[in-house]
Design a protein around this ligand. Structure first.
Ligand code: FMN
Length: 185
């Protein structure tokens, strides 16, 4: 698939088929997350691949989202802030979130490319998730991702925001691109 097709095909999917994916496909998607840009090339992310049914059920409970329990796997994405904050101070905290988003999108696009389905889970009880997975206090849980095969073929979302609503030229709120000046002879 062309990159642009994968980008448009990626969707949040909450219904999984009973077919269990090969966990190596998920490792392949995590591997793609390594290629995301990182400030100072300082890689701050960690990934936990979970196939333990009891733990997946607990994650569903801690997120108050039942569909998660039906997934074959969950990938939990964490950030280790230590080096980013040591190197860049307060700004390092901002970089941490930006590079988590960049790495996660790589991961999501490769899952889509492999025909796998997931949904970004950002709403959960951090402390309970950390306790369940023995994540140290200083590590941040960014999000987690229940993964399976989609129950039905994902459709491209028709109602994405209009480009016209998010694009400015040369200054904030300016919606018009100046036409190129005519050559003066
Ligand atoms: C930071 C973030 C947190 C999210 N948290 C949740 C969540 O807890 N539960 C959920 O069902 N979807 C969650 N989503 C998915 C969005 O609802 C979804 O991306 C949005 O509706 C657009 O749909 P699409 O992903 O199919 O394009 C989250 C997405 C992001 C980026």
């Amino acid at each position: 698939m062309e990159v642009v097709d994968i980008i448009k095909k990626r969707r949040s999917i909450k219904e999984f088929s009973s077919k269990k994916p090969d966990w190596r496909a998920i490792i392949d998607a995590i591997d793609c997350a390594r290629y995301a840009p990182m400030a100072g090339n300082n890689y701050t992310l960690k990934f936990i691949l979970i196939d333990d049914k009891e733990k997946i059920a607990k994650l569903a409970e801690y997120a108050q989202q039942d569909f998660i329990a039906k997934a074959s796997y969950v990938v939990v994405v964490c950030s280790d802030p230590t080096r980013a904050v040591n190197l860049y101070g307060e700004r390092g905290k901002r970089y941490l979130k930006q590079q988590a988003g960049a790495a996660i999108e790589n991961f999501l696009l490769r899952l889509t490319d492999l025909g796998l389905a997931t949904c970004w889970i950002g709403h959960f009880d951090d402390e309970l998730v950390k306790e369940l997975l023995e994540i140290p206090e200083d590590i941040e849980v960014e999000a987690f991702f229940p993964i399976g095969y989609p129950q039905k073929e994902p459709q491209i979302m028709k109602h994405k925001i209009d480009l016209n609503n998010i694009l400015y030229f040369n200054k904030y709120k300016n919606k018009k691109m100046k036409s190129p000046k005519k050559k003066v002879r």
